[in-house]
Design a protein around this ligand. Sequence first.
Ligand SMILES: [Zn+2]
Length: 324
Amino acid sequence: MGNSQSHSSEPFTENGVEKYAKFDDDWFAEGASRYAYRGKINSVSMGWFKRSERCVVKLYKEKYSARLKEDAWKADNRASLKAQETSVAFNVHYSGKSSARVEVLTPTISQVKTFAAHKQLVGDPVPKTIRGTHIGRTAKADVMVPEGASVAIERLLPGRYVHFLSNSSYVNPDVDTLVPEAFSHFTYHESEGEILVMDLQGVYNGKSYVFTDPSVHSMEKHGKKFGYYGPADLGVYGVMKFFLDHKCNRLCKGLLTPDTSGIPIEMRGDLIQAIKAIEARSSTTYTYELVVNSGLAAEKLQNLHTEIAQALTKSGSTIPETVC
Ligand SMILES: [Zn+2]
């Protein structure tokens, strides 16, 4: 690894054991709301026989959280839990139907250790900067490390990490995506048109897929904002984009698809404009990009999202006759 690891998280309990994560001084990837660091999970009362486990620590940007009315990790956590819940239903539904199993990991949420407590625990000071190299630049980016800031800690999965399907319907052409694509479609079916789980990345071991950090597009019937599941929740626009691009496979048989016949004509122009603004690409597409690229105001997109979600419900998108 080569990097020094002088950041730490607050302790958290896992299977009755108190642990904490140490992580690199330099982040290796940056998203809209988080920086990602390589790290290790250790036991607080580390014995010689206990090994540390490799992990990824994602630090939430203070600036991003400040724009939201709640802590940013809460929306991500909702997305992971929702995806995990649907993966359990997927495994039951496809049991005995020659499909690999799917699993969704949920991260452990903790905070950056505060300086005083950190000294007691590990004995070395916490650097005051967040460092990392921006892609395409050589300069280091220095930002203050907020002690107490939220971090999501994910175990590093053994195996080859693959991005199977992005949240904008990009399908990785180099790997078999039959199960990941069917899983996404299934999440719409299982939730009766309420959500669509996408951005499926993780490892496949020949028998099962383990996904981390999925995105959820919300289409709640009660008009929840399309950012309800975090910055990669593209709402009804992400759902419609998926079904426009998706080619059903043998595992999709009998799954519900949206019935768009109930969408009022006067809304279709803006809807198409918004869907066209989502370019199928491997990297994550964020809600703010939808606003910028569609040329439609955030409020307009929100209202249209709510009205179309309701129109789809009324038109019977959740009635089992509308099947794939
Ligand atoms: Zn399908």
